[in-house]
Every structure is written in C-alpha cells, then in structure tokens.
Design a protein around this ligand. Structure first.
Ligand SMILES: *Cc1c(COP(=O)(O)O)cnc(C)c1O
Length: 356
C-alpha cells in the first residue's frame, strides 16, 4: 500500500506531475532546452518575487548550499543555526576549507535580527547564512527583519536556505535583500527529489568572482555565466525530466495563485498547531512556528515509532523527531499540495490510534 507522506520531504507528488517526468528527451544544447530554462526562470522569479537570475542544479538542495557558501565567502562566513540544517552550512564550510563561525541557539528558538546585527558589526564577515524554515525544529525565521539588518552591511552576501518553505510561504527575495535563496524540488514545491534551485544576485556573483577556488561542478559563477552566455543552458547535462515536471508544476502553482497557496499552508499549520496544543505541546516558540511543518513535543511519551507503524498500516506516514529529538518530538509536514481535509484525516487517525 502506498503511504501518503506527511514528512518534510519528499512529499506526495501528483500523478500529472509524475507523468511529466516520463516525457521523451530533448537535446540539452537545443533551442527547446534554452526555452525550457527560460520559462522555468520566469515563473520562479514570480515565486521568489525577484529580478535576480534563477539557477538550477542537478543535485538536491544541499548542492547549491555548498556551492553558495564556498563560492561567495572571500573572508569569513557567519553561520546562524537554529537546528540541524542551519548547522549543515557550517559543516559544508569546514569541509571546503572555508573560514566560518557557527552561531547556534537553543532548538525551538529563532535567529533574531539583534544577534545578526551584533555579529556583523564586528566586521569579520562577508557572508551570512540563515535558515528560513528549520525542518529539524519547525521554526520559521523572520528573514524580512533579518534582511533589514543585513542591508546595513553592503559587503555582506546574504545566503538563505528556503529548502522546506519556498512554494509554501512567501519569501520576497528582493525586498529582503537576499543574495542567494535556495530550495529543492521535493518539499513545498511538490516534485520528486533531484533538482536544486536558487536565485543569485549580481552582488553574490561579483563576490564569488573574487574567490579563486570555487570547485568545478558547483561553481556558482560558472553556472551563472553559462546561463547568461549560452542562452540559458548549463555547463553539464541537467535533469531534463525534472525540468519538464518543474515547468509544468510552476504553471499549476501560479494557477492556484501564490497568495492562495500560502494561505492554504497557513490554514493547515494553524489547524495542526491547535491540535498539538490540545493534545501535546509545540516544540517551537509559537510566534515563530513554521507554516510548512509542525514539530510536536512528545509530552505523552508515546512511542513515535509504533505510532508511525500503525499509521503506515492505514496508509499514512509522519516523521519522528530529527537527530537528538528522535522520540522526543514528532513532525507533521503540511506542505506542497496537501489539503486541510487530508490533514484532518491524518489527525483523526492519530487520535484513533492513540485513543486521545
Ligand atoms: C531538506 C532540507 C535541506 C536539505 O535539502 P536536500 O534537498 O535534501 O539536499 C536543507 N535545509 C532544509 C531546511 C531542509 O529542510
């Protein structure tokens, strides 16, 4: 039996989108391939509220995170982590011999504009990384407020991980001054895993040009320049199947309407938070709770593993707590094309299994 996924990626993918992955191939150096990338870019620019260049990479989201921190850091990166994915930027920096410092807070709390201001005021950094939506804790950071602070430091390149929120929550890239905003296909966009997406400002690319060793496959400048010089093509062969599906899916997203889509996510999140507050507790500070997934404290000390097994027999799947939070919390994703009705059905099944 197929289990309906309520995990924070991969998510359920609609049949019509899956079918687009099976389209016959085209040459990747053809006019058709250029048009495909151009069309995708125009639609993604709307989704990200940006005039910046869109870059795709045939990796998962982590590929462009590594690309961005390695390519853009000339001096030193300040990494703000509110959970496991925030910390991943730091691990990437260290693995690439990129100088970086990690600023971590207690899991469940956000990155504040004050903390970013204080750290950038030292003048030590020319890159700052922030997680928009921390999937390990269910915290959604105020990137608009943080962006206002980063704007005070014109040399600092602002990198944002929006892997588990882009397409499910509004992120106004240009207004927030985000230089590189990264996401993956398998989360709130509702596609299979395998493609990463980012926006790239000229400022980010100019900074990267000053960095001598940017790697090869994930060199942000090479990706950017190839798109510009070769009419929207890529240095290597991209996953055209994903691009067919993404192009199609973006039409569906724009047909739904971005505001409608964000409101649907907000409505599902509110419902799950209320449910969590009634039967359990929320892990994050509710003012910063995510609209794409809810992280719930296991205050009843249930076996999350057993719950998921019982849910599996009924055709559902949720997530255990991430890393050190395993069995201490559980996570319900409500992203991409999930509806409030489906969320209600899931929660009724949980109530039934746990006899709440
Ligand atoms: C899933 C996730 C990632 C990693 O993305 P991949 O596409 O699996 O590489 C990074 N950051 C956040 C916040 C995520 O949720």
């Amino acid at each position: 039996m197929h289990k309906k996924l309520f995990i924070p990626g991969p998510v359920e993918v609609k049949d019509d989108v899956l079918k687009m992955m099976a389209k016959p191939m085209i040459g990747h150096r053809t006019k058709e391939a250029s048009k495909l990338q151009r069309d995708i870019s125009e639609k993604l620019m709307k989704l990200f509220y940006t005039e910046n260049q869109i870059i795709l990479s045939t990796t998962s989201g982590s590929g462009l995170m590594e690309s961005a921190i390695r390519s853009c850091t000339r001096k030193r990166a300040a990494v703000f982590a509110v959970g496991a994915f925030g910390k991943r930027w730091y691990e990437m920096a260290i693995a690439n011999n990129v100088p970086a410092d990690l600023y971590e807070v207690e899991w469940g709390t956000p990155t504040t504009k004050e903390s970013v201001d204080e750290v950038l005021a030292t003048g030590k950094y020319d890159v700052v990384t922030v997680t928009h939506n921390e999937t390990s804790t269910g915290v959604m950071n105020p990137v608009d407020e943080i962006g206002e602070v980063v704007k005070k430091y014109p040399d600092v390149v602002f990198l944002v991980d929006a892997v588990s929120s882009a397409g499910g929550a509004k992120i106004e890239v240009d207004k927030c001054g985000i230089d590189v905003c990264i996401t993956s296909t398998q989360k709130a966009l509702g596609l299979p895993p395998g493609l990463a997406i980012c926006t790239a400002s000229e400022k980010a690319i100019e900074a990267a040009r000053q960095v001598e060793h940017r790697g090869f496959y994930l060199d942000l400048v090479k990706l950017y320049d190839t798109i510009k010089k070769k009419d929207h093509q890529y240095p290597s062969t991209p996953s055209l199947s994903h691009m067919f599906a993404l192009d199609y899916k973006l039409d569906k997203i724009l047909e739904e309407g971005l505001d409608n889509r964000f409101n649907r996510h907000a409505e599902m999140a509110k419902y799950v938070r209320n449910w969590a507050n009634e039967y359990f507790e929320l892990l994050p500070d509710e003012r910063y709770a995510s609209n794409t997934l809810t992280n719930i404290k296991n205050t009843r000390e249930i076996s999350v593993g057993e719950l998921n097994k019982a849910l599996g027999e009924r055709g559902f799947m949720i997530s255990n707590g991430y890393g050190k939070l395993k069995e201490k919390t559980f996570r319900i994703a409500h992203m991409a094309d999930t509806t409030l009705e489906e969320v209600k059905e899931l929660l009724e099944n949980i109530e039934d299994i746990l006899k709440l």
